[in-house]
Structures are given as C-alpha cells and as structure tokens.
Design a protein around this ligand. Structure first.
Ligand code: GDP
Ligand code: MG
Length: 317
C-alpha cells in the first residue's frame, strides 16, 4: 500500500468517525443503560437490545436478524458477559452485512468499458442530490476522469444555479437550459456534448418534486428514452439519493422509488448531525441495491465510498 493510500485512508476514517459521532453516542449510551448492573447477556438484555436497534433506525427486519444471531451465540455460550456484547454485536452485524456481495469498494471507480459512463441521479427534493453530484464530480476529476454535468432539474432556477456553483467549484462543464425547460431535452444535450468532448463520466441531476408515482415514472422513463437516442444503453447507473437523517422515511423513499424506476445504486446522505446512522445498516441489509456512497458533511470531500467493514469498524470503535 502506498503512503498516499495510507494517508487517504486515515483521513477517510477520521471523517467517517466524526460523521458517525452522534449516532454512536446515542447508541452506546442506550446500550450502557441497557446492560447496567447486568453481567450476563440474558433475555432482558436482548429485549432491550432489540429496542435500541429499532430506535436507532436499523429497521425491524434487520434488527430481528441481528437479535437472532446474538441469541444463537448466547445459546452456545450461556455465560456470555455483557462486557463482550459490544464485540459480539460488531461481529454479528459485520457477518450479516457480509452476506451480500456489495459494499466492498473503497475508492471512487468508474467502469472503463462504458465511455461516457452515464449516471442519472434521482431522489426527492432536498435529500442532497445536487450536493452529492458536486462531490462525485470532484472525486472523479481527482481520479483523472473528464466529467460533464447535466442540469435536468429544471423545476427551479435555483436548482440549476446550485449545480452551476458546483460545476464552477470543481471546474467541470455543465449543460443547462432555461428554468422550466424539458428535462429530457437537457439530458439529451448533455449526452451529445459529453460524447463530442470524449468525456468519461456524465452525471445528470433530476427533479424530485413530482407529485405522484405515475408522474415520476413517466418523467424518468422519458429522460432515459431520450438519452438512449445518443447512447444506446444509457443510463448505466441510476443513483437514488436518500437523506439518512430522516431514518425510516429513507426506507420508505427507497421502496417508492424502486417501484417507480429501476434504481441501481444508493447514496445515503447527512449521516453527520444525526443519530440515525444505523439506517445505513438496515438499508444495506434490506435492499438488493447496493449502498454505494455515504454523505458525512456538506463539504466537497464529505462523500465516501460506502465500505461495510469500515462502517461497522467505525461504528463500534
Ligand atoms: N450535513 C450534511 N448536509 C448535506 C449532506 N448532503 C447534502 N447536504 C445538504 O442538504 C441540503 C440539500 O441538498 P441538495 O443537494 O440541494 O438536495 P437536492 O434537492 O436533492 O438536490 C443542502 O443544504 C446540502 O448542503 C451531507 O452529507 N451532510
Ligand atoms: Mg438539487
């Protein structure tokens, strides 16, 4: 491992630790109350643990799976001490997440067999789509990729301007039209421009302000269809952005969006400043779609490639 890689990993770890601070504080203070005065992991402790996991937004199904695993350990080792609970939780959650074969990446990589690689970003208003696009553009640019952004959230002038600010900050081209113009037309122009510039990556911002599922589905389908006139298999990735600080609401949004359109990856934002970080564990267990990125702050470097092992390590350290 190169020195640069080591330094980068250390920085990544620090920023992850900091981003998860609130979630950890909340979780471990509940946990220490739950085991106070107890030396053994008994039914009472397990009941409390179940409640804590659910109230930490891990989600009911995932919580039950975790509890079941711990019960098995207790059955094997009748004198399992509460001082070991921390370690066991960490091991069992890591093992549970390891059952799915996703979330093992550590760096921002783009498949090189698709050029340009086209990412369409979807999600409801305010979850952090535009910010995530800006951060992604920065990372891909840093890795030597040529990025083009498309401002297909034409609903508000401010949304287009906000993407422009990020494009300027990162120093990448943006394709935009007037507010209120057809998002599919912006996406079409963006792909044309990206192809002619021989770009590596295209990231398309979309509006999340559509009133119902049918509208949303029609709009996204139209954008896809029009993009396919330029690049036949576009988009290569549909990234759904979820606001982690909304906890269970993020689960709901994931369900709704995956019904409305084919989503291929997830980003969970705003993990800093919330105690609901456990939601990432639940989402990555419950959805077949991989959590690819996590947002741990508002700054340009505050987006990380989600890595299950690093996440669980940071949470339980
Ligand atoms: N603390 C924090 N704020 C974030 C994060 N990601 C986005 N935001 C903020 O969330 C707000 C909405 O983000 P925006 O990108 O405009 O959402 P969009 O409507 O989905 O495009 C902005 O104030 C962002 O700075 C994050 O990871 N952490
Ligand atoms: Mg936006």
């Amino acid at each position: 491992m190169s020195l640069f890689k080591k330094i980068f990993s250390k920085e990544k770890k620090e920023s992850l630790d900091k981003g998860l601070e609130k979630s950890k504080t909340s979780f471990f203070s509940k946990l220490s109350k739950a085991v106070a005065g107890k030396t053994k992991v008994d039914d009472g402790v397990l009941d409390n643990l179940e409640e804590i996991l659910i109230s930490s937004d891990v989600g009911v199904n995932t919580t039950l799976k975790i509890i079941e695993r711990i019960e098995e350990r207790v059955a094997k080792d009748k004198y399992l001490g509460t001082d070991e609970l921390n370690k066991i939780l960490r091991e069992e959650i890591a093992a549970l997440l390891a059952e799915t074969n996703v979330g093992n990446e550590t760096d921002f990589v783009i498949p090189t067999d698709k050029k340009p690689y086209i990412i369409m970003v979807v999600g409801v208003n305010g979850v952090g789509k535009t910010t995530t696009i800006g951060k992604l553009a920065a990372q891909f640019t840093k890795n030597g990729k040529k990025v083009v952004l498309g401002a297909a959230d034409t609903f508000r002038a401010a949304a287009i301007d906000q993407l422009q600010v990020w494009a300027d900050r990162v120093g990448v081209p943006i394709v935009r039209q007037e507010m209120g113009s057809d998002p599919a037309s912006v996406a079409f122009d963006t792909l044309k421009s990206a192809v002619s510039q021989n770009a590596d990556v295209v990231i398309i911002d979309t509006a999340g302000r559509l009133h119902n599922k049918v509208n949303l589905m029609n709009e996204l389908t139209k954008i896809k269809r029009v993009m396919q006139k330029v690049v036949v298999d576009a988009p290569h990735e549909v990234l759904l952005v979820l606001d982690g600080s909304t906890g269970q609401n993020a689960f709901e949004q994931a369900k709704q969006f995956t019904k409305a359109t084919e989503v291929t990856s997830l980003a969970v934002t705003k993990l800093d400043g919330t105690a609901k970080g456990g939601v990432v564990i639940g989402i990555s267990d419950q959805f077949q779609i991989p959590v690819k990125y996590i947002g741990v702050g508002e700054k340009i470097d505050d987006l990380q490639v989600f890595n299950k092992i690093e996440f669980v390590d940071s949470f339980f350290n």
